[in-house]
Design a protein around this ligand. Structure first.
Ligand code: ATP
Length: 314
């Protein structure tokens, strides 16, 4: 009987997400907010390569590499430590992150790298962790990490970590406008609470109705209908992101004027998302956004795509 030799390196591709609906409930006693969060995985993503090493080490390449922490706080490093502890081994691995997802851009890039590192280390170490256990470990790392494992389209309840996969009836075409600099997710939630208090509606769970997924949005996704999906897009964090970064209104307008069916701030921003009719229309919207000079860079992509997946093994 031949014993399989362990791989010398494993590469995992992982998608970024856009929230096609982000319903934000009131602030709970623990400071978090209940969400009705419809996650959508797009082909724009990172690649994480795991190779054996004497000690845990992180390296990063890509346009935003200088903004990514290389120490133990990196979500990929935390994921490697968590998985190693679960299997009673040392997290002796080199993780290289080829970073395409904008950092602090509202596209869950750090969470994506955490999910990718779980999958890459599990394959490198031959630990064969059941998918359900990987999902539990992912939820320990952060609310957005389980979705990066799952991919596709899913409804996230609780803080976003309780996931229900949703049907999607086709491919949707997206353009993303990447802004200069990031926005801190906790700061955007605080601004959302502040705006609700200022408006006199209140910001706690007693004042804000429990967010619910929009049936029209779920139908549009299932039907693969971009016009209906565009009409139903919604992000309760958008007013807060615009309040902290008013210039994003110019970016949204430029994409709408360029022919996008629907526009929204992605998650907590500042990346802006534009849903288009088809691939050709996406190229036209991208050109209009580039010409507008209202963003740092423009990315054309599509989805839904699968979650963290092994794409290379040597
Ligand atoms: P979300 O949409 O989940 O709120 P985000 O996309 O706005 O997140 P991230 O790109 O995940 O933001 O980065 C948020 C912060 O997380 C960064 O400023 C950085 O300090 C930290 N961080 C930790 N690990 C990573 C990683 N692997 N890649 C990027 N940022 C990371």
């Amino acid at each position: 009987m031949t014993v399989p030799t362990p791989p010398q390196s494993v590469t995992v591709r992982v998608p970024a997400k856009v929230n096609v609906q982000l319903g934000v409930g009131g602030r709970r006693a623990d400071g978090f907010h209940d969400l009705a969060n419809v996650f959508f995985a797009v082909a724009l993503g990172d690649e994480v390569t795991a190779t054996p090493a004497d000690t845990l080490r992180i390296t990063v390449s890509g346009p935003d590499a200088d903004q990514v922490p290389l120490d133990g706080s990196n979500l990929a490093a935390r994921a490697a430590r968590l998985l190693a502890r679960r299997h009673g081994r040392r997290p002796d691995v080199h993780l290289h992150i080829a970073k395409e997802i904008p950092v602090a851009g509202g596209m869950a890039g750090g969470s994506a790298d955490g999910a990718a590192a779980l999958v890459a280390c599990d394959a490198l170490w031959g630990t064969a962790t059941p998918f359900g256990t990987l999902l539990e470990l992912a939820a320990e790392l952060g609310s957005d990490v389980p979705f990066a494992l799952l991919g596709g389209v899913a409804l996230g309840r609780g803080r976003g970590e309780i996931l229900e996969p949703l049907p999607a009836g086709g491919t949707f075409h997206w353009v993303f406008a990447v802004a200069d600099g990031g926005l801190s997710t906790p700061a955007v939630f605080r601004e959302c609470d502040r705006l609700r208090d200022e408006a006199g509606t209140g910001s706690d769970t007693a004042a804000v109705p429990d967010p619910q997924p929009d049936p029209a949005l779920l139908d549009a996704l299932a039907a693969g209908d971009p016009v209906a999906l565009a009409a139903a897009l919604g992000n309760d964090l958008q007013p807060a992101a615009l309040s902290l970064r008013p210039a994003l209104a110019d970016t949204l307008r430029a994409g709408a004027d360029g022919g996008a069916l629907g526009t929204l701030v992605s998650g907590s921003g500042p990346t802006c998302a534009f849903l288009t009719k088809d691939a050709e229309s996406a190229a036209t919207v991208a050109a209009a956004l580039t010409a507008s000079g209202t963003c740092r860079s423009v990315r054309v992509t599509h989805g839904p795509v699968p979650g963290a997946t092994v794409t290379g093994r040597r």
